[in-house]
Ligand binder design. Structure first.
Ligand code: GLV
Ligand code: GLV
Length: 325
C-alpha cells in the first residue's frame, strides 16, 4: 500500500522527492492552525506528518491522531509533546547532526559581531559618518584569550567549542544546566584536556561570552533569568542560538539597559517571531531571525532526514533518529 504523507510547509525538493517516490504527498500552502492540524491528524488520510518548529503538537492535537509518525524539520522538538505521542504509539523523529556546524557558525558569528560592534560600525559607515579612524574609535571586546562558557555540551556546543579553540579562547562548560552532571573524561574525545567542566554557577561567573546550547525543557525554561545575569560579569556577552524561552527576555532587556551584562547576540526569541518590549532598543545587541540551520546544503540534508523518517515511520519502522520522552 502506498504511504500518505502530510507536509505542513514547503521543504526542499531533496526531501519531497523521497516522499513522492514512496507515496502520496500533500504539502500545505500555509502552516495549519492548531485546530486544522488536529483535524488533519485525526482525518485518517495520512500515515506520517512532516512538521515545522512552529507547529505545536500538543496532547490535544494528538487526541484523535491516526498518524504513525511525526518527523520534525528541526533538531529541537520542544514543539511536540513526545510523551503524549508515545502514549498513543506515535513515533517522533528529528534532524540532528546535519545542522550542528551551521548553527555553531551563526553562534560564533554573533559572538564576533557583538564583540566588535559590527552592526553599529556598519551603520555608521552607511550613514556617511565615517570621518576617519582614531586611537579611541569604536573599541570593542577581545575574543582571543577570553573565556567562552557553554551551557550544554551536545553536538552544537562541541562545534562551537571547536571554533572557540581555533580562536585561542578558553572553553568552560556545564553539560546539563541547571543540573550538575559530569561528562566522564573518556566521553570528551577530542576535547579532553582542552576544555574545562565547571559547576553551572562557575560557568556563569567566569564566562566572558556565554553561549546557550541546551534543549528547551521545563528545566531549562528561563535558565538565564535576573539571578543568572546578576552572577555574570558586567563585561559578559550572551549568545543564544538554542531556543528563546531558555532566556527570560524581559530580564535580558533589563540586564542590557542597566549594564548588568555588556551585550547579546540572539537568533531565537521567547515568543517568536515577537520580540520582548524594549529589546530592539537595548544597547549592544545583534538580532537574527532564527537562521541557525539556514544554508542550502543543510536544509537539503534536514529535508532528506525528515523525509526518510516519514517513510520509515509510515511503514511502522523506527526512524534513524527517534526521539522519546
Ligand atoms: C532549529 O532551531 C532546530 O531546532 O533545528
Ligand atoms: C544538536 O544537534 C545538539 O546535540 O546540540
Amino acid at each position: 500500500m502506498t504511504s500518505r504523507f502530510l507536509v505542513t510547509a514547503r521543504i526542499p525538493d531533496a526531501g519531497l522527492d523521497i516522499l513522492r517516490e514512496a507515496g502520496d504527498v500533500t504539502v500545505l500552502d500555509a502552516l495549519p492552525t492548531p485546530e486544522e492540524l488536529t483535524q488533519l491528524l485525526a482525518s485518517g488520510d495520512y500515515d506520517a506528518v512532516l512538521t515545522q518548529m512552529a507547529d505545536k503538537v500538543t496532547e490535544e492535537t494528538l487526541a484523535d491522531a491516526k498518524v504513525k509518525g511525526i518527523a520534525n524539520y528541526a533538531v529541537g522538538y520542544n514543539n511536540i509533546d513526545v510523551a503524549a505521542a508515545g502514549k498513543r504509539g506515535i513515533l517522533v523523529a528529528n534532524t540532528p547532526g546535519v545542522l550542528s556546524d551551521a548553527t555553531a557558525d551563526i553562534a560564533f558569528l554573533l559572538l564576533l559581531a557583538v564583540a566588535r560592534r559590527l552592526r553599529e560600525a556598519d551603520a555608521l559607515v552607511r550613514a556617511g559618518e565615517f570621518k576617519g579612524t582614531g586611537p579611541m574609535f569604536m573599541l570593542g571586546h577581545d575574543v582571543t584569550g577570553q573565556t567562552l562558557g557553554l551551557a550544554g555540551f551536545g553536538r552544537i556546543a562541541r562545534a562551537m567549542a571547536r571554533r572557540a579553540l581555533g580562536f585561542g579562547m578558553k572553553v568552560v562548560f556545564s553539560p546539563r544546566p541547571p543540573q550538575e552532571r559530569e561528562v566522564p573524561v573518556e566521553e570528551l574525545g577530542e576535547f579532553a584536556g582542552k576544555v574545562t567542566q565547571l559547576p553551572w554557577e562557575e560557568v556563569l561567573r567566569t564566562s566572558d561570552y556565554l553561549s546557550l546550547h541546551v534543549p528547551l525543557t521545563e528545566d531549562t525554561r528561563h535558565l538565564i533569568d535576573d539571578d543568572a545575569f546578576a552572577a555574570m560579569k558586567d563585561t559578559a556577552i550572551l549568545i543564544n542560538t538554542a531556543r528563546g524561552p531558555v532566556v527570560d527576555e524581559a530580564a535580558l532587556v533589563r540586564a542590557l539597559n542597566d549594564g548588568v551584562i555588556a551585550g547579546a547576540g540572539l537568533d531565537v526569541y521567547e515568543n517568536e517571531p515577537e520580540l520582548a518590549e524594549g529589546l530592539v532598543d537595548a544597547p549592544n545587541t545583534v538580532l537574527l531571525p532564527h537562521i541557525g540551520s539556514a544554508t542550502t546544503p543543510v536544509r537539503d540534508k534536514m529535508a532528506v532526514l525528515a523525509a526518510e523518517a516519514c517513510v520509515d515511520m509510515a511503514r511502522g519502522e523506527q526512524p534513524e533518529h527517534p526521539v522519546t520522552a
